[in-house]
Design a protein around this ligand. Sequence first.
Ligand SMILES: C[S@@+](CC[C@H](N)C(=O)[O-])C[C@H]1O[C@@H](n2cnc3c(N)ncnc32)[C@H](O)[C@@H]1O
Length: 256
Amino acid sequence: MNKIKQVQKYWDEYTTEIQTQFTSKELGSREYFQEIKIHHDKAYALSNQILDIPNLTGKSVLEVGCGIGLDALEYAKHGARVTAIDLSPICINLAKRYFSYNNLNGVLRIGNAEQLPYEDNEFDVVVARQILMFTPDPQKAVDEMLRVLKPGGEAVALLHNRHSWYALLGKVTGTNLVAQAKDPPVNTLHSIKEANQMFQKFSVVKIILDKFPSKTKRRTGVLARLYNLAFIPVTKIIPTRIIKPFGWYIIIKAIK
Ligand SMILES: C[S@@+](CC[C@H](N)C(=O)[O-])C[C@H]1O[C@@H](n2cnc3c(N)ncnc32)[C@H](O)[C@@H]1O
């Protein structure tokens, strides 16, 4: 099986099985989306601000690796003309259902970020959050984002920081903190320098670090208790300017 096929298969399975860590509601029910969205919005608070969702009104927005469509729907709610693609047919079917619950339109289709099925200079905004680390050739995907953006268009992406407290914690505890069950077939961590290099063909690139230690409610057991009662209080003592470069999320805002 080629790598892209493996990635697709993994995310099909992840969506149906592992995502139940965020909800016990029936897959694809209205409540399923509502419960996952609560967790999702917390994690994306800063990158949503950077994306400036209210300002997407009337713009053509492409979301690459849209998952179950939680963000794509938000853009549509704010009046954006939304196109969203994902490798996983299960994700796209769920995203379509989520749009239909909300009576909103969007072009949602199966597609590969590394070979976008769009013309050059088509979109005002391209978003790719938590997808570039999971695709075999992330540089190819970034080059595709640049190609389909109009001149002056904006890209917002989110990578995982190799030199972060979260990656270190995963190493020390020997736990896969990205996906709690099976490892994704592709799961690349990037440094800030590499993130800058990936987007160097854009005219302006801004990098913001996000996701610092906070208590976990999702995990139980001894390690989770240790994390909440010992690790978190210690990290709170560290001054912000010191901990800042070690955020788990590398948010990139780049202009073509
Ligand atoms: C962690 S989920 C993130 C979904 C969504 N962007 C979010 O932030 O909630 C990763 C998604 O990337 C998709 N993906 C991975 N590689 C892809 C590729 N080459 N083309 C399109 N989608 C891809 C997966 O199918 C999966 O739905």
